[in-house]
Design a protein around this ligand. Structure first.
Ligand code: R5P
Length: 301
C-alpha cells in the first residue's frame, strides 16, 4: 500500500506544451491498435522503417533443403544479425532457445508438400499457439491465380480476423505458380488483393520492370522475397533496387543461408536495407567480412 501521509500536490502539468499525437511510421498502419503497432515496431526498425527478415520456413513443404539441414549449427549463429526470424512452430520449439528475443514471424499455413499441389493449403496453426509462442506476426501463403486461390485467400482473411482479435499482424506471402508470369502486373494484382482483404504487410518477389508500381499501389508495407540462390552481388543489387523502389525491407532465405558466407551476406544485406549502402559497397563489405571470418577460422554457414 503506498504511503498516504506524504502526498505531494501534483504540479508538472506543462500547460504550455500540448500533448502530441504522433502518427505511426509504417505505411498504411496508423489505424491499427496499439498491440499491432507494437509488434510491427519489433519487426520493422522504427528508425529506418525497414526490416531484414531471415526466412527459414522452407522445410514445411520441402523438407531439409540445402542450408537448413542443421538449423542448430548453421542458422543459430545468424540470428544476432537478423531483425526478424520467419519459421515454423516445430523448428521454433525444438531448436530456437526461448531466451533469444528475436521477433518471430510464424508460418501458419501448410498442409501440402512439393509432391502435391502446393496451393491446397489450410490454416495449420491455431491462433492460440501463436499467442502462446509470443509471435510478432503470422505468415499465410496466398496463391492468386493458383488452383486453390479462393481457399488460400480465405485462409488469409481468417488469420486477419483472428489476429485482429489479439493484436497479431498477418503477413500475406504471395506465391506464384510455375506457369504464371512473374511481372509487375501480376504482383500489383496479388499484393493489392491481399492488402484490400486486410493483410498488414505483404511479401512479394522483385521484378526488374515496374516494381515501383507494385509498391506504390499497395497501401501497406511490402517486403521483398529473395527467391532462388543467385550470386551475392546480384542478390545485393536486387535488395537495393527493391528498397529504393519502395519496399520496406526484405524477407530472404536461400540467398543468405546458401551463401558461402551467410553471416557476412546477412550483414551486407542489412547495410543495403538500413543504410542505403550501394550494392558494390555492400559486396565489398561482404568480401571483407567473409575474409575475416575465414582467417579467424570461424565457421561460416
Ligand atoms: C516459401 O514458401 C517461404 O515462404 C520462404 O520463406 C520464402 O520463399 C523466402 O525464402 P527465399 O528467400 O529462399 O525464397
Amino acid at each position: 500500500m503506498p504511503d498516504m501521509e506524504d502526498l505531494r500536490e501534483a504540479e508538472k502539468f506543462h500547460l504550455d506544451t500540448p500533448q502530441q499525437t504522433p502518427g505511426f511510421f509504417l505505411k498504411g498502419s496508423n489505424g491499427l491498435d496499439w498491440g499491432m503497432k507494437n509488434r510491427l515496431s519489433r519487426i520493422f526498425n522504427p528508425n529506418t522503417g525497414r526490416t531484414v527478415m531471415l526466412a527459414i520456413d522452407h522445410g514445411y513443404f520441402q523438407g531439409p533443403t540445402t542450408g537448413l539441414e542443421r538449423i542448430d549449427l548453421d542458422i543459430l549463429p545468424l540470428l544476432q544479425h537478423a531483425d526478424t526470424l520467419m519459421l515454423t512452430r516445430g523448428i521454433l520449439r525444438s531448436l530456437i532457445p526461448p531466451s533469444n528475443t528475436i521477433p518471430i514471424v510464424l508460418r501458419v499455413s501448410g498442409g501440402t508438400s512439393i509432391l502435391k499441389e502446393l496451393s491446397n493449403e489450410e490454416i495449420a496453426v491455431d491462433i492460440e499457439d501463436s499467442i502462446r509462442l509470443n509471435v510478432c506476426a503470422m505468415a499465410v501463403q496466398v496463391f492468386i491465380g493458383g488452383e486453390y486461390e479462393r481457399q488460400s485467400i480465405i485462409n488469409m482473411t481468417r488469420m486477419v480476423d483472428l489476429g485482429t482479435r489479439y493484436g497479431i499482424p498477418t503477413l500475406a506471402v504471395t506465391a506464384v505458380g510455375k506457369d504464371m508470369a512473374r511481372d509487375a502486373r501480376y504482383f500489383r494484382l496479388a499484393t493489392r488483393i491481399c492488402a484490400e482483404l486486410g493483410a498488414h504487410y505483404i511479401k512479394t518477389y522483385y521484378v526488374e520492370k515496374g516494381f515501383e508500381t507494385v509498391t506504390a499501389s499497395c497501401p501497406v508495407p511490402i517486403v521483398m522475397a529473395g527467391g532462388k540462390k543467385i550470386p551475392e552481388l546480384n542478390a545485393l543489387t536486387m535488395a537495393y533496387n527493391a528498397v529504393q523502389q519502395g519496399a520496406a525491407g526484405v524477407d530472404m532465405g536461400r540467398n543468405i543461408f546458401q551463401s558461402e558466407a551467410p553471416t557476412a551476406m546477412l550483414q551486407a544485406i542489412k547495410a543495403v536495407v538500413h543504410e542505403n549502402e550501394t550494392p558494390q559497397k555492400a559486396f565489398d563489405l561482404y568480401m571483407t567480412l567473409k575474409k575475416e571470418s575465414s582467417s579467424q577460422n570461424t565457421p561460416e554457414g
